[in-house]
Design a protein around this ligand. Structure first.
Ligand code: NAP
Length: 274
């Protein structure tokens, strides 16, 4: 599995695993746990969750899934903005660790900009690092101005990015890449939650290469080698396909076809959020 490096030097795989809506159905729990474990075995060792997802149900499944392989997993979790005060973020993290059944979150993100001063949230994150409850901190859904308002550099900005959501290529991705060291971009909903799976251009490319449309989307998201994509899969079949996408390199012609169907932005656009 190819990897990129966070500003603090930590290596993370270009393909990780998302877990929104994981844990919502009891009857799916065993397969979801098997899926996350298989993904880890296949090199998708970065696992993303949030206290918001199913009010802890996703964290609960993730915690159980990674327990036997905890040392090999890079665990990403997120605090809800309304909880991200100086004291609230500490309490939220302790609660998440309890639900996860682990003693450390590797990367803790502010889920989106919220009501509390960023200085207070970052101070809380720094205290969590000192206490070794988290390894590092980052943000999510921050637009260029939001990023400029941060008192220190985040490890990552987790944002919506796929061919139908390319506005970030105009200013946000260049801003991440201009930092020294660059801020890592983490692309969420890289499969657009399934809505791009029937797109005619992507389907044609996938059929010609003998791969799935999801694999084309993942290969596209990580094509530059510095963006981490975190597709969510609920089945082992899907996670296997997703891991295999790391080996798929799109040709210049295929990339040009995608550009024609989903033009790159030519002016700033408001950051899209799901
Ligand atoms: P996504 O990963 O773009 O799409 C998930 C959908 O794609 C599911 O329906 C899944 O089906 C399907 N899928 C996965 N692999 C497939 C394959 N190989 N072939 C066909 N279909 C496949 O959507 P997402 O869950 O919104 O985004 C990914 C992760 O990003 C989330 O789970 C979450 O961790 C994170 N996220 C973060 C934010 C934020 O605000 N920071 C917002 C949204 C998402 P099955 O479930 O049936 O496998």
């Amino acid at each position: 599995m190819q990897a990129t490096t966070l500003p603090n030097g930590t290596e993370v795989p270009l393909l990780g695993q998302g877990t929104w809506y994981i844990g919502d159905r009891d009857e799916s729990r065993a397969e979801e746990i098997a899926t996350i474990r298989e993904g880890v075995e296949l090199g998708m060792t970065l696992v993303d969750t949030a206290e918001m997802y199913g009010s802890g149900r996703s964290e609960s499944v993730v915690g159980e899934a990674i327990r036997p392989v905890r040392d090999r997993v890079f665990l990403v979790d997120k605090v809800m903005p309304m909880n991200a005060s100086r004291r609230g973020a500490i309490a939220a993290c302790e609660q998440s660790l309890e639900v996860l059944g682990t003693d450390r979150i590797d990367l803790y993100l502010l889920h989106w900009p919220g009501p509390h001063p960023l200085e207070a949230t970052i101070e809380a994150f720094e205290e969590l690092i000192e206490r070794d409850l988290i390894g590092s901190w980052g943000v999510s859904n921050f637009d260029p101005d939001d990023l400029r308002g941060l008192p220190a550099q985040p490890q990552v900005n987790q944002i919506l990015y796929n061919p139908s959501r390319r506005g970030v290529e105009f200013d946000l991705l260049p801003q991440h890449r201009a930092q020294r060291p660059p801020t890592t971009t983490m692309a969420y909903s890289p499969i657009e939650q399934g809505r791009l799976l029937t797109d005619p251009t992507l389907t044609r490319i996938a059929e010609a290469r003998g791969v799935g449309v999801a694999q084309v989307l993942l290969a596209w998201a990580i094509r530059e080698g510095d963006v981490v994509a975190i597709p969510k899969a609920s089945t082992r079949e899907h996670v296997r396909e997703n891991a295999a996408a790391a080996a798929l390199v799109l040709t210049p012609e295929e990339l040009a076809d995608i550009d024609a169907a989903f033009p790159a932005p030519t002016r700033p656009q408001p950051l899209e959020i799901l």
